[in-house]
Design a binder for this molecule. Structure first.
Ligand code: NDP
Ligand code: GDR
Length: 369
């Protein structure tokens, strides 16, 4: 039985990858951080009673900022494959926590690679590094592929640049099977609530259910190449099954503006919008509402709030995944439309409970964002 170790197992990709690897018969080990609240919700569907022998999913407390902890876990597990998905992954938050981001996302990767080397596991353990399309940053050329120059535009992307190159260096210097997956944005119903797609689908659900009036967003002109996380974790696995270690771009090749994602998500609840005004004065109003949800025509459902603008923005991402198609036989199965439909439907289901409570006279809690 192959053993995999996943850092960031409690995140979106960690959860989909866990499902995939368990299905493939792996023993899956994951590193979770100690938190004052439960943080395993995304992987709870795979829960196994820790008292039962021969478990397939085993969690270890740990942190990418703690070398001794990583060395101990890797020594104990002796993994065939490590998927380094753990990271402070929010681009805007990285401007507020740049040093921590460098430590966890940049040096954290070094700690993993160095642990494999020091423990004499180079010929046994393959390492996947979660690299990102944010490396491309300021547009140099489109579509972006494995040879497009990098120009990172945030502390997050710059930490990930270090992680990218240290992975390449350990491969070249020590012959380690270490690969970068340069993944473009990928989303799902499990996407973190403060990334733009999930923020939008949650707000659409709440507005449709009468639990919220307005969604506040930042730059509506940015363009992203959005795929589905389920497709992308399959690509991660395939990258580590190659004969030779190499880096790969995973992307759909289609880019969409934030504004158009907003339109698609509202269309799922029968709402048509018109966008009016420019930049920080832009709003979106309901122009028609058909179907079961009753949102008044004329209601302003989106407003721009410059609080969500970034000091430096990545304007355009569009990936070219021809190498992955050719060498890994990988291509995305989900369309953006199917993914938006799945995300909105999932968030409506989530908030129907709140609607029930509200209609029964209970207070609904607000959330910080
Ligand atoms: P999430 O933000 O959903 O998950 C991040 C995971 O990392 C969580 O499990 C989190 O734990 C964990 N983590 C954060 N800090 C640390 C730390 N110091 N030590 C150990 N674990 C930590 O991200 P995604 O699942 O979306 O992304 C997975 C990886 O892929 C990330 O590295 C991200 O940067 C990268 N990536 C993501 C893309 C995307 O579009 N989703 C595209 C390209 C790259 P906790 O649950 O406790 O917060
Ligand atoms: P990104 O994802 O920065 O591409 O990083 P995010 O969804 O946060 O932003 C995408 C674009 O939307 C614009 N935007 C907003 N973003 C957020 N979060 N909130 C808003 O209110 C809002 N309004 C507009 C942003 O300015 C940006 O242009 C994601 C993360 O998963 C990274 O970890 C990963 O490496 C990259 O994708 C690829």
């Amino acid at each position: 039985m192959k053993k995999a170790l996943i850092t960031g197992i409690t995140g979106q990709d960690g959860a989909y990858l866990t499902g995939l690897l368990l299905q493939k018969g792996y023993e899956v080990h994951g590193i979770k951080r100690r938190s004052s609240l439960f943080n395993t919700e995304r992987i709870d569907p795979f829960y196994e009673d820790p008292h039962v022998p021969h478990k397939h999913l085993i969690l270890h407390y740990g942190d990418l900022t703690d070398s001794t902890n990583l060395i101990r876990i890797i020594q104990e597990v002796q993994p065939d494959e490590i998927y380094n998905l753990g990271a402070m992954s929010h681009v805007q938050v990285s401007f507020e926590t740049p040093e921590y981001t460098a430590n966890a996302d940049g040096i954290g990767t070094l700690r993993i690679l160095e642990a494999v080397r020091l423990l004499g596991l180079i010929s046994k353990t393959k390492v996947y590094q979660a690299s990102t399309s944010e490396l491309y940053g300021l547009v140099q050329a489109v579509p972006q592929n494995e040879t497009t120059p990098f120009y990172p535009r945030s502390p997050y992307a710059i930490a990930k640049l270090y992680a990218y190159w240290i992975t390449v260096n350990y491969r070249e210097a020590y012959g380690m099977f270490a690969c970068n997956g340069i993944l473009f944005n990928h989303e799902s119903p499990l996407r973190g609530e403060t990334f733009v797609t999930r923020k939008i689908t949650r707000a659409v659900a709440k507005i449709a259910l009468g639990l919220q009036d307005t969604l506040y967003l930042g730059n509506l002109d940015a363009q992203r190449d959005w795929g589905h996380a389920k497709d992308y974790v399959e690509g991660m696995w395939r990258i580590l099954q190659q004969e030779q270690p190499e880096d790969f771009v995973l992307a759909t090749g289609i880019t969409t503006r934030i504004r158009d994602f907003v339109g698609m998500a509202f269309a799922e609840v029968g709402v048509e919008l018109s966008f009016e005004g420019k930049a920080e004065h832009e709003i979106a109003k309901v122009t028609a509402c058909k179907g079961k949800y009753k949102i008044p025509v004329g209601q302003i459902v989106v407003k721009v709030d410059p609080r969500y603008y970034r000091p430096t923005e990545v304007d355009l991402l569009i990936g070219d995944a021809s190498k992955a198609k050719e060498k890994l036989g990988w291509q995305p199965q989900y369309t953006l439309a199917a993914m938006v439909q799945e995300m909105v439907a999932s968030d409506i289901k989530l908030f129907e409970k709140d609607q029930l409570l509200k209609n029964s006279g209970f207070d609904i809690k607000n959330e910080f964002e």
